[in-house]
Write a protein that binds this ligand. Structure first.
Ligand SMILES: [Mg+2]
Length: 359
């Protein structure tokens, strides 16, 4: 079956969020990053700044020399995470098969969507439009038959671009593709390839797999595949998390169990909320606690087959504390979850009770 993959990538994401939130930052060169005085580097810069040759990972001091009018804004990760979450919520209105690559970049597999005329291209357009309207930033998108070509395509007309490479155009698109556009080919590899006369994917096709492996090691196989427009890698949804935990560090050490009852109650409530919002009730396999003592040693105690109710945590904490009998700096409570592929072999702790009954 022909796959349909979309790669989405927000345009200068952090900088775009800053420009959105502060009109004074629009139309002038800006960057998000650390200050020059603190030997910071740029995380992202807008297109006005890129015109001066600025790019991410460049030391801020160097950027200021190239572009003296540059405005550098400190990153506000909370805002970016929030926008990222909102983007993902929009993606998930179209498919469950989402592989996030970073806060602002993801692959979507929409092969299975056969909803009338809702083609992959229409989905990409709809997502771009919704992000523009709801988040007031732009994302570029690439649509094609696999991850490799979708990713190259999303970069093709950046910023605010949409590039579709339909199946019958894959061969010609890839043949003309400069080698440095292949993900994984950095400037060093690109130079090496140029020395061998490999400028685009058509050139690579003239080399045997044997020869490519001899010159480029394991990556030779990737080059052999990509040069032919092939990429079998599936879009892998984010891995299920392995545990959920909460912890608290104290401003002043607490002496021990006599003092910690109200803290445990708060932490436990917080943990239950986290489990609830992750809808992880049915996946709990173990309860665990973590204690850090005033000498910075840490101990953890975990137990299978508990119901992960508050008294279980109290027992585990007592057990951990008795190992050292010292003042405590930090307390953590958590549960471990079934991992993907694990078999459910026994009734799970919460399978027959509701969260509200436990809290
Ligand atoms: Mg981006």
């Amino acid at each position: 079956m022909q796959r349909k993959i979309i790669h989405l990538d927000a345009d200068c994401f952090y900088a775009a969020i800053e420009m959105r939130d502060d009109p004074a930052l629009r139309g002038i060169p800006i960057a998000v990053g650390g200050s020059a005085e603190r030997r910071g580097v740029l995380t992202t810069c807008n297109y006005e700044a890129r015109a001066f040759g600025l790019h991410s990972a460049m030391p801020t001091a160097q950027a200021m020399r190239l572009c003296p009018s540059l405005t550098v804004v400190a990153p506000q990760m909370g805002k970016y995470r929030e926008a990222s979450k909102a983007m993902r919520a929009i993606f998930s209105d179209f498919t469950e098969i989402i592989e996030p690559l970073s806060l602002d970049e993801a692959y979507l597999d929409v092969s299975e969507i056969s909803d009338g005329d809702l083609t992959a291209t229409r989905i990409a357009k709809a997502i771009r439009q919704r992000i523009r309207e709801e988040l007031h930033i732009t994302v570029s998108a690439g649509v094609s038959v696999n991850k490799f070509i979708a990713k190259v395509a999303s970069d093709w007309k950046k910023p605010d671009g949409l590039t579709v490479v339909p199946p019958d155009q894959v061969d010609a698109f890839v043949a003309a593709l400069p080698v440095k556009k292949i993900p994984g080919v950095g400037s060093v590899t690109a130079e090496k390839m140029h020395r061998y006369g490999l400028r685009n994917c058509a050139d690579i096709r003239n080399w045997s797999l044997f020869e490519l492996r001899r010159r480029f090691g394991k990556f030779g196989l990737v080059l052999h595949e990509r040069a032919r427009g092939r990429d079998e890698r599936p879009v892998q949804p984010a891995r299920v998390r392995k545990s959920i935990s909460v912890e608290r560090t104290f401003d002043e050490d607490i002496s021990g169990p006599a003092e910690w009852a109200p803290i445990i109650e708060q932490l436990y409530t917080h943990l239950m909320e986290r489990i609830e919002s992750a809808k992880a009730w049915n996946g709990i396999t173990k309860a665990f606690i973590k204690l850090k003592f005033n000498d910075f040693t840490t101990t953890t105690v975990e137990r299978v087959g508990t119901k992960a109710i508050e008294t279980d945590f109290q027992q585990l904490l007592l057990e951990g504390w008795e190992r050292r009998l010292q003042p405590v700096r930090l307390i953590g409570l958590g549960v471990r979850l079934l991992e993907e592929g694990d078999q459910i072999s026994a009734p799970l702790p919460f399978s027959d009770s509701t969260p509200s009954a436990e809290v």
